[in-house]
Design a protein around this ligand. Structure first.
Ligand SMILES: [Zn+2]
Ligand SMILES: [Zn+2]
Length: 1001
């Protein structure tokens, strides 16, 4: 490996070695080729180091801030830490030596570490650094632990921003993208990461998208890709489809001309993602964060229930999925998505104008807006009716925008008595509400309005122990479940002529003069409501019984519930207990041929079509005779044309190109047309981990021998924002390829870990408009890449993130200065006696640090890795000016510090290692990770005597340095001590560290 002039001055080094040997007379000192001259102005750090030891207990932050106060910056000059010199030097040297090339080696265990590939935006921001450098450090750790590690990088290079830049500045997206990639390569190299550049893959390279297209054809050939009509956002003014990010504002207008967008149906390509819905819910065998598994599970949205087929009076069937087939008898209306194909058939001529207007406004809104919980639910009646398959009841059919055509069947049966959204809707539009599931809490109420009941009712209730409240002559009665029948008797007995009394909750009964009416069907509701309105003019404006009852605040908690329970008002099913209702009704529907048990998923098929230029062309040809025919594989890639005109129409230039789409049918040779849609970029990123295996392979998407060795990915790192789309798509892609015989095994990535987000220094999200963006390039210039790496690992829990701190990074730089000083600059004097246990203490600290750092790397706890290394640095400084300096223990400890720090500060440790070991030495990044010895790491055990009232009662073996609280609590647990305490709490505790505890009672 070539080294620069700076480190190859053998003459000087030999001299330095002689000085060291002469001074120390220790054989180990020979390993320490530092120059004799250096920073002599450094103050002795002994006192400071002692203080630091006491600070250790206060945690890493305290240690780190103390470093700032106690240690001067190393002197500038030849021996100063100069990242601007050593960092580019080592980056070049590593690349030249191929230090990070990963090759198949069957004699070694492999480790595929993958970090999410960046989008080719042209600028690597601090978030990239935060995602990538700890991932890099961990990959390095695995490598030093003996794994054959692959850590590749590439670019996700297709997408809309390139096209926007083209329209704005007239640059071809290709030119724009490749110049961005060039710039980003430089930025990535500056990180000092172990990228294997020989494996780089760029998704917009024809040799890459050739295989993206090949995968598309395999999916098509296996029935996993298909074309169907689907809505897109459309600007009627620009006459073009819009991407999601081109639709702005709550009113959803076109970003270019501000015209409100509409939805338009286009034929588009889909992948059959839903075929894998069930399998995607199975996370067994992979170590993915709980949060991601939950997000994916919710996204897939599995629910069990039944399919129900309703007839309609206009002819045609209306199919719905429901999780509550047990509530079918309570269906009082149905709701279709405005886009539902039956809307036209069902709408009666008198309702047409209103329905059309409603459909038009609904189409302008996004699905998210339409489903929003706080949005006021609106809808209109179509004039049409469906027929309930369980009882033949006529059910009015409405349309409402809160029902989405993309979800389920685009139609719902509304059971307002047991679904909150349906309840609100029914109340708003005066639709009937019929309870069909009994309450499980027994809540039953009755309200006796003043003067509707005879005097004596209150006494009768008291006699029966039925509780009530009396206000202004009216009684508010809450009836115990066991007394409901008794209450009905009392109510009938006390009813005034021309009045009624009702019971709600577990019963739905109206007591009239001539008897009790049951509210148990939509018909009976109409009769009861008519009678009440006849008797009481005040309720004549009520459109339903529920609306009438809801007006009374006292009733409200008894009127609605959405629990499972015993079926009521449901014909022969009434009385069926809640535990079996769903299954029983679903099976009955199946027997009747009106549906049956079913599972539904929220997950939709993957819409892969983009009406855009800068993407992989979908490799399909449409023949008037043969329909959709794939491009023959030997004709791939279907190249994007270079000669395109950029018109600000937003329409794909592929569509406007005069000749590109014209071709011949591969089957019959007749004139045919190419597909002009390109693929969603998530398709490119679904398989990039495979292309890294052999990015230059022109015979296959990847080399099978590489696949056999490297796959599956052992550790995948990246942002939680990809929990649903990318991370579901890539799992689907792998499973589909497995079923097509292309890949193997159930999952592509065994372990997943997500980083958190770095906020601006003001604790707000970083954004240009806030002016709180941290630019990594400037930090590298100011502090060096190693400091940025170390700080990003240190300043927050990696999986949580935190606000940036510009003072914090200064502390990290000071720590690296100290590591530099420790290894590159000799102490002023090293003659102070080392102390009895100094060597043992240093060795113990080293093994403890190895243990901590090893464990924390295994658990992705990067912040505590850096704090452990800072503490270890402090311990070394404590012994630096003593006779321990340059002893075998000292040298071993400094080596260990450098090796443990190597994954974090890649350049600094390499520089120091070569200085220590000589120019011919092997890179520090090829060194074996040190093993810790549990015996040497163990704290020394010390005998502490325990006295009770001054008399010796127990001897405890405790780790040296055990604090008062810890020592006391151990003493108080001791049987021998407890016997003498006689159950009393000590009044006073005298504690002499490492010697004695005296408990005074
Ligand atoms: Zn427009
Ligand atoms: Zn043909």
């Amino acid at each position: 490996m070539p080294t620069s002039k700076k480190t190859s001055k053998p003459g000087k080094k030999t001299a330095a070695r002689k000085v060291a040997v002469a001074r120390k007379g220790s054989p180990a000192a020979k390993k320490f080729p530092v120059k004799a001259r250096g920073s002599r102005k450094e103050k002795p750090v002994k006192a400071a180091a002692q203080k630091l030891q006491t600070l250790k207990a206060a945690g890493p932050a305290a240690v780190e801030s103390r470093v700032k106060a106690s240690v001067p910056e190393p002197k500038t000059g030849e021996d100063a830490y100069r990242p601007e010199i050593i960092e580019p030097k080592w980056q070049k040297a590593w690349e030249a030596a191929g230090l990070y090339r990963s090759v198949v080696d069957r004699s070694r265990k492999k480790y595929y570490a993958l970090t999410m590939l960046p989008y080719s935006s042209g600028d690597l921001h601090i978030g990239h650094w935060y995602a990538m450098t700890p991932s890099d450090a961990r990959a390095r750790f695995m490598r030093m632990r003996g794994w054959n590690v692959m850590f590749p990088i590439g670019f996700d290079a297709f997408g809309l921003p390139a096209e926007n830049a083209a329209i704005k500045r007239g640059i071809h997206p290709k030119t724009w993208t490749y110049s961005n990639i060039d710039h980003m390569r430089g930025q990535l190299r500056e990180m000092g990461s172990m990228w294997d550049w020989s494996r780089e893959a760029v998704s917009c390279d024809p040799e890459y998208y050739r295989w993206t297209q090949w995968f598309f054809i395999q999916l098509f050939n296996h029935g996993l890709a298909y074309k169907k009509m689907s809505p897109v956002d459309w600007c009627p003014n620009c006459n073009t489809t819009l991407a999601r990010e081109q639709v702005w504002g709550d009113d959803r207008h076109c970003e270019r001309c501000e015209t409100p967008v509409v939805k338009k149906n286009l034929e588009q390509w889909f992948f059959r993602l839903t075929r894998y819905a069930e399998e995607l819910l199975d996370f067994s065998g992979i170590d993915w964060p709980e949060r991601v598994r939950t997000l994916q599970t919710n996204w897939i949205g599995r629910s069990e229930g039944a399919r129900v087929v309703f007839g309609t009076e206009a002819g045609g069937e209306l199919e719905v999925f429901t999780t509550r087939p047990d509530t079918l008898w309570g269906v009082t209306f149905m709701v279709l998505a405005p886009e539902h194909p039956l809307v036209e058939t069902l709408t009666t001529p008198d309702r047409k104008a209103e329905v059309d207007a409603y459909v038009k406004q609904a189409l302008r809104q996004s699905d998210i807006q339409r489903e929003s919980a706080d949005k006021d639910k609106t809808g209109v009646f179509t004039g049409g009716f469906a027929v309930n398959p369980v009882n033949g009841v006529r059910i009015p059919v409405w349309i409402a925008d809160y029902v989405l055509i993309t979800y389920g069947t685009g139609a719902i049966m509304a059971v307002p008595a047991h679904d909150q959204r349906d309840f609100d809707f029914a109340l708003k539009y005066g639709l009937p509400i019929l309870p069909v599931i009994d309450r499980t809490d027994g809540l039953t109420k009755s309200f006796a309005l003043a003067k509707t009941m005879q005097p004596g009712l209150a006494d009768a209730l008291r006699a029966e122990q039925i509780p009530f409240e009396e206000r202004d002559g009216s009684l508010y009665i809450t009836i115990p479940p066991a007394k409901v029948e008794r209450y009905i008797g009392i109510a009938m007995h006390h009813l005034q002529p021309g009045c009624w009394n009702e019971i709600v909750g577990t019963r739905w009964k109206f007591v009239f003069e001539d008897g009790v009416a049951d509210w148990d069907s939509i018909d009976s509701e109409q009769e009861i409501l008519a009678r009440c309105q006849e008797l009481e003019p005040n309720v004549r404006d009520k459109r339903s019984l529920m609306e009438m009852l809801w007006a009374l605040e006292f009733y409200r908690d008894a009127l609605f519930h959405d629990q499972n329970g015993v079926m009521i008002h449901s014909g022969e099913f009434s009385g069926t207990p809640g535990s079996i209702t769903v299954k029983k009704v679903a099976e009955w529907l199946a027997r009747q041929g009106k549906g049956g048990p079913a599972v539904s998923y929220r997950l939709r098929d993957w819409l892969i079509s983009r009406q855009r230029f800068w993407g992989a062309p979908i490799p399909m040809i449409r023949c008037p005779v043969h329909g959709q025919v794939p491009v023959p594989e030997d004709q791939l890639p279907v190249l994007l044309p270079d000669d395109v005109a950029w018109k600000p129409t937003g329409e794909s230039p592929l569509k406007l190109h005069p000749t590109w789409a014209r071709t011949t049918c591969p089957v019959c040779g007749g004139p045919a047309e190419r597909e002009t849609d390109t693929m969603d970029t998530f398709m490119c990123s679904s398989w990039y981990h495979l292309r890294y295996l052999s990015p230059k392979n022109d015979r296959a998407a990847f080399d099978p021998a590489e696949y056999d060795y490297w796959l599956p990915v052992d550790c995948y790192t990246g942002g939680i924002e990809h929990a649903t789309m990318h991370l579901i798509y890539t799992r689907f892609f792998h499973k589909a390829c497995r079923d097509m015989g292309i890949t193997r095994g159930p999952e592509p990535m065994l372990q997943l870990r997500n980083q958190g987000i770095i906020l601006g220094e003001d604790s707000e999200k970083m954004s240009k408009s806030r002016g709180n963006v941290i630019a990594p390039d400037e930090l590298v210039k100011k502090y060096g890449a190693d400091t940025v790496r170390a700080y990003l690992m240190f300043f927050a829990r990696w999986d949580q993130g935190a606000p940036w701190s510009s003072t914090g990074i200064e502390g990290t730089r000071r720590w690296l200065n100290r590591v530099w000083g420790l290894a590159a600059q000799p102490p002023k004097a090293a003659s102070a006696p080392a102390g009895e246990h100094a060597a043992r203490d240093l060795v113990r600290c080293m093994h403890q640090t190895i243990r901590r750092v090893t464990r924390d790397f295994e658990h992705f706890e990067f912040n505590t890795i850096v704090s452990a290394l800072m503490e270890f640095t402090n311990t070394l400084y404590k012994h630096r000016e003593t006779s321990l300096y340059a002893s075998p223990e000292w040298e071993q400890a400094v080596d260990a510090l450098l090796i443990l720090t190597a994954p974090v500060a890649t350049h600094l440790t390499e520089e120091l290692w070569r200085r220590r070991k000589g120019p011919a030495a092997e890179s520090i990044h090829l060194q074996r990770w040190p093993e810790f010895d549990p015996a040497l790491a163990a704290e020394e055990q010390i005998t502490v005597v325990v006295q009770v009232n001054g008399r010796l009662r127990e001897r405890l073996q405790l780790p040296a340095g055990t604090g008062k609280d810890e020592a006391c609590s151990i003493a108080l647990r001791s049987e021998a001590v407890r016997k003498w305490l006689e159950g009393k709490e000590p009044r006073q505790v005298i504690f002499v560290p490492d010697k004695l505890i005296n408990l005074v009672i």
